[in-house]
Design a protein around this ligand. Sequence first.
Ligand SMILES: Cc1cc2nc3c(=O)[nH]c(=O)nc-3n(C[C@H](O)[C@H](O)[C@H](O)COP(=O)(O)OP(=O)(O)OC[C@H]3O[C@@H](n4cnc5c(N)ncnc54)[C@H](O)[C@@H]3O)c2cc1C
Length: 450
Amino acid sequence: MKEINTEILIVGAGYAGIAAAKKMYAANQDFRVIEARDRIGGRTLTEDLQSGVTVDMGAKWVGPTQHLVWEWIKETQTETYDTYDQGKNLLKFKEKISSYTGTIPKIDPVSLIDLGIAISKMNKLSDQISISEPWNHPKAKEYDAMTLATWMDKHIWTAKAKHLFEIGIQTVFAAEASEISLLFALFYFKSGDNMDTLISIKNGAQQSILKGGTQGLIKKIAAPFLDKIHFQEPVFRLSQHAGGIIAETDNLTIKAKKCIFTIPPVLISSVVFDPPLTQQKAQLYQRMPMGAAMKVYLIYPTPFWREMGFSGQIVSDEYPLKVTFDVGHADADQGVLLVFVEGNDARNFIDLPEDTRKKMIVERVEKIFGHQASQPIQYIDKCWTEEVYSRGCYTGLMGPNTLTQFGHQIRAPFQHVHFAGTETAEKWSGYLDGAISSGYRAASEVLKML
Ligand SMILES: Cc1cc2nc3c(=O)[nH]c(=O)nc-3n(C[C@H](O)[C@H](O)[C@H](O)COP(=O)(O)OP(=O)(O)OC[C@H]3O[C@@H](n4cnc5c(N)ncnc54)[C@H](O)[C@@H]3O)c2cc1C
């Protein structure tokens, strides 16, 4: 057993942990980062495929108002490109395929008005929510007592509008509307500007893609202090005393004055705290399950759909394919089609054998784009519920009665331990930008106390 003595221990080398480490490095502090996986990046994972294409199996996009990620992009001189967004999008609903442009599919006028009103109501409601104290809204208890699905039942009248709204929710939360409270959904929309921003490409959360991927970016940021990171060392126990903390992994005992925890909330429950976490904090962490998303990439010799006048964006009602994007560069030789499988679909689909998964996805795409879609040169998929050190994505969610009862605990320190991670962010919670701001916030808290 090796013993390490340091001033500050950071647990987790995702965007939040590396943001905190960056601040400590800049402040010339003595710190260490302990990471469970054998790699940096947490919920980012960039892979160079045998077909020659680089893909993000985790986080991919950056929106124009995610200023902290853009600071890192500029600092590292990372190149970006716009998500391909030209040509017609396609909607497959009840065996009928129709084309449209923009974010909202072309549907019958009644359903279209219904959908437009629902989105506008969401934007108006979320605009009234404080991102620092959503539990203080005059109607917080009422909104937090119902699920988003209950709200949808009351406010959306047509089956088609409800179906499309639900697909939007699954894409944003990687979960079903019945899993999250209305108040949490309103907070999340406001945190990411509004619902329109979260579902859009242009001026939205899906606007820009990083060359070299989001894991490539964090590797560059962490390069100056890579020697401070210990990999494959999951922390399983953390004890505290008057002067600081002692963290334990299988191979290390780390003594520090202060600690910053950046691991997903649901996983905090798997660490033994001595003394135990306060009961309110422990109850909060029992109530923040992760969503479920699968990313599937189909690589083709060319982006043939572009020549057909299509953008590569599909919205479909046929399990498991719900939403697709063309994420190849505008000048790319190869076609890179990203298919999302979300929420319960992801939880069920990943249990099928890989051959069956590939067959089902390719068949769905072929139905829409025709025969050329039947022969991808590569298929790759990943479901984040299988990742032991994430257990899902994109973020920890809150069902009813969580924000109002326990929300005030989300950023509260516990003795010498401070809490970061995208789930603790006010702005862009659930996203890379929120992870960075949370790491900076926790680092400032600790620096003030040293
Ligand atoms: C499929 C997918 C798509 C996404 N798309 C986007 C997107 O397009 N844009 C965007 O902005 N965001 C996106 N996100 C969300 C984004 O990835 C997360 O918000 C962000 O990466 C969270 O960073 P974090 O540092 O808070 O947490 P994490 O990245 O989860 O970092 C926590 C770290 O703690 C480590 N850890 C866990 N347990 C222990 C332990 N016991 N001891 C030590 N270490 C431990 C983990 O291994 C991990 O490295 C996506 C996520 C996924 C998975």
